[in-house]
Design a protein around this ligand. Structure first.
Ligand SMILES: [Zn+2]
Length: 74
């Protein structure tokens, strides 16, 4: 079930374009399976910023469980 969607205002225009090219079902899988080093498992990421870096889509945010920092490169 999709309870939350990323806040699109936190994406740069370039990052948003890349994100929108990803299938919505894959987007959900990505958002709910970001590795958290503190929890030692895949968690939901609350996105704080999304940008393109070295041609990767870089999602930076916090773990929905412990609030620790998490990053996902695509
Ligand atoms: Zn965590």
């Amino acid at each position: 079930m999709i309870k939350q969607i990323p806040d699109r205002s936190r994406f740069t225009p370039e990052a948003l374009k890349r994100w929108d090219e990803i299938d919505p079902l894959i987007q959900v899988k990505i958002l709910y399976h970001v590795w958290c080093v503190s929890c030692r498992k895949g968690v939901y990421i609350n996105i704080e910023s999304a940008r393109i870096e070295s041609n990767d889509l870089n999602l930076t945010g916090t773990c929905a469980v412990c609030g620790g920092p998490v990053v996902r490169l695509l």
